[in-house]
Design a binder for this molecule. Structure first.
Ligand code: FE2
Length: 295
């Protein structure tokens, strides 16, 4: 029912730091900028990320794109008949997102879920000055996100039964002493557009953007280190989506994942499974690397 992850909206305490981070580390472009807001671009869509000044330093809303108005109305009707409060956005709100029509609901964790169709497209193809191979986005959505879900069962029902997401797989294990239990969902061939587990300190654990070459992942890791970005996990490969990636902290304290080589799902042949580790190799925190020269 949902075509793709359309946009992410964050409230951030340091908009200037985000501008530097987005353009110098991620390889995005500023699409619109005011004193209090900024929109970022990374593919053919005119805007993929919306940032607003504020103290939350967290995810404000997730935009899920559908193909047409009939699908949008069917989703809204399904949510309302299940007892969810869904309101149509004001024309000003839809204009700020640059979409034709927009409805807003809340998921079981209270996260704003924005359902829309008709996003504005950019006049020219996007060419990142830094990520030369380009981002895997467009019809596959901007990437994926992993959100906090204090009630995993309710979250699973909301996204699978009402919004039509399909189960990709789960990972349950411990990672450096932390229990991990994450459910991965897809809504197009991208292995997952949404994953959830929790509860976690922020609504958002991380968002992922995917480039088309391992060299662009390595170059992004270099840029992160050169720009003083704190690295959370060095390079590694996940067993489920096969992504080779690293994790680091955004200026708002939640993480981003920068990767390549994510697998695609063919629903005809896909069997959901449970993995017992987060990574096939790597993804170690940098402090786990040898801290000093051997004597
Ligand atoms: Fe991820």
């Amino acid at each position: 029912m949902i075509a793709q992850l359309g946009y992410l909206a964050f409230e951030v305490s340091d908009l200037a730091a985000w501008e530097t981070f987005a353009t110098k580390v991620l390889g995005f472009e500023v699409a619109r900028r005011t004193d209090e807001t900024m929109a970022l671009r990374m593919d053919g869509h005119a805007q993929r990320f919306f940032l607003t000044s504020g103290q939350a330093d967290d995810l404000l809303a997730v935009g899920w794109q559908v193909d047409d108005e009939a699908t949008l109305e069917a989703l809204v009707a399904a949510l309302r008949s299940a007892g969810h409060d869904v309101r149509e956005a004001t024309p000003d709100e839809a204009a700020a997102r640059q979409v034709v029509r927009l409805f807003v609901a809340r998921d079981p964790a209270g996260l704003a879920v924005e359902l829309f169709f008709g996003p504005a497209m950019a006049d020219a193809p996007f060419v990142s000055p830094l990520a030369r191979s380009g981002f895997v986005a467009d019809e596959h959505g901007l990437g994926h996100l992993v959100i906090s879900s204090p009630d995993g069962e309710a979250t699973g029902r909301f996204y699978q039964e009402l919004l039509g997401f399909k189960l990709s797989d789960r990972i349950t294990c411990t990672f450096y002493g932390h229990p991990v239990d994450i459910t991965f969902l897809h809504t197009n061939p991208r292995h997952h557009s949404l994953a959830f587990g929790g509860p976690q300190p922020k609504r958002l654990h991380h968002f992922l953007v995917e480039v088309r070459s391992i060299d662009d992942v390595g170059a992004a890791l270099d840029r992160a280190i050169q720009n003083g970005v704190r690295i959370a996990q060095m390079l590694g490969r996940h067993p489920n989506d096969r992504m080779v990636s690293f994790y680091a902290f955004t200026p708002s304290g939640f993480q981003f994942e920068y990767g390549c080589g994510g697998r695609l799902i063919d629903d005809e042949a896909w069997e959901p499974s449970v993995h017992d580790r987060v990574s096939e190799w790597g993804h170690h925190p940098p402090e786990r690397y040898a801290p000093r020269r051997p004597k």
